[in-house]
Structure formats: C-alpha cells, structure tokens
Design a protein around this ligand. Structure first.
Ligand code: SF4
Ligand code: SF4
Length: 183
C-alpha cells in the first residue's frame, strides 16, 4: 500500500421518508448555477432532480454524478417496503437513457459540483433550500492513497468536450474549432 493522505469528503444524505416533492432543491440549484448567478430559474438546468412516480408514491431526489456515453446493459429493481423502485431512480449518471442532467439547449452534461464557489457556501444550495430536512450535509475525513488523490476528476469544461466528441467525433469538432478561430 502506498502513502496515505487525509481527504475531506462532502456528503449529502437523502432521507426519502421526508421528501414531499416540493422541488425547491431543483429551483435553488438551477438559480445558483445560472449565468449570471440567480439570473434565471429553469429546473431543467438543475443538477439535482426529484424522480417522481405518483402511482408508486415515489419521490427520490438524485444528484448528477458521472457522465457516460452509453446507457447500462441491464436494469435492477429495488424493493423498499412494499414498493418497487427502478435502478434509475437512484442513479445519478448523466447518460443517454433519459433527459435528466442534459443542458436543455445544448444537450451538454450538467454535473453536480457540490456548489463549489468562491467564497465557499456553508452548505450546498439544495440542502439550504430543503425545509423538510430530506437533504442534510456533512463533511468527514477519510484516508486515501496519495496516488489516487492526485488523479483529478474531470472539470465541467472537459466533461462537455468529452460529450461533444462522443456525439460528433474528434474530426468534426476540430474542423468546427478551426472555422471558429478563422471567423
Ligand atoms: S427540497 Fe427537499 S423536500 Fe423538496 S423535493 Fe427537494 S429533497 Fe424533497
Ligand atoms: S450540491 Fe449544489 S450543484 Fe449539487 S445538486 Fe445540490 S445545489 Fe446542485
């Protein structure tokens, strides 16, 4: 095992029993990430969405996690109490199987950044907006291998570029950038 270093992990806990589907979390996230900040509210641009199935009394707030160019090969079904939940209800992957977490105009992926900002927020905006305490925030320290910690997760710009390459191919993008540079 290599050298261990301390890492701060930010955790948003979800209590499904407390969520009433008000979607204030979506509104807060969309407004905070609008450009300029708080200039618009469009839940389709939120990085947290409440998956709702009214027939199953299902309300599941999920945050956008990683980008995937392909959807999963299989699906699982979870039984909680007497209700059945689809695997997708708990999944934050930005994938082609659903519209969630794709910017509505460009189709680019929208990833939760835990409201990283300068100055930092005391708590992520979705947590602040949740009056029911269905979302709660905590920070904890864990030990990880230094080598793993050094691997930087893709930034939002890189994620967007990767999704464009998956959609159009490198050649088409290079050509477009070359034309933009000339124009
Ligand atoms: S703000 Fe809280 S109660 Fe309302 S939908 Fe979001 S998680 Fe559920
Ligand atoms: S932590 Fe911030 S970016 Fe992530 S879903 Fe909540 S409000 Fe949106």
């Amino acid at each position: 095992m290599g050298e261990l270093v301390k890492k701060k992990v930010k955790v948003i806990k979800v209590n499904l029993g407390k969520c009433n589907g008000c979607r204030y979390c979506e509104i807060a996230c969309a407004a905070f990430h609008a450009n300029p900040r708080y200039s618009s509210i469009n839940p389709a641009r939120s990085r947290i969405r409440v998956v709702t199935d009214i027939y199953n009394d299902e309300l599941v707030p999920i945050r956008a996690t990683d980008y995937s160019k392909a959807e999963c090969d299989g699906r699982r079904v979870y039984t909680v109490g007497d209700k059945e939940y689809s695997e997708c209800s708990f999944c934050g992957t930005i994938c082609p199987a659903r519209d969630l977490f794709h910017e509505p105009d460009s189709g680019l992926p929208l990833k939760c950044d835990l409201c990283e900002s300068d100055p930092p927020q005391e708590e992520p905006l979705c947590v602040q907006a949740c009056a029911r305490d269905a979302l709660t925030y905590e920070e904890k320290e864990v030990l990880v291998e230094a080598e793993d910690e050094a691997q930087v997760r893709p930034a939002e710009m890189e994620l967007g570029l990767r999704s464009l390459i998956d959609k159009y191919g490198v050649a088409a993008l290079t050509d477009t950038f070359a034309r933009m540079k000339k124009g």
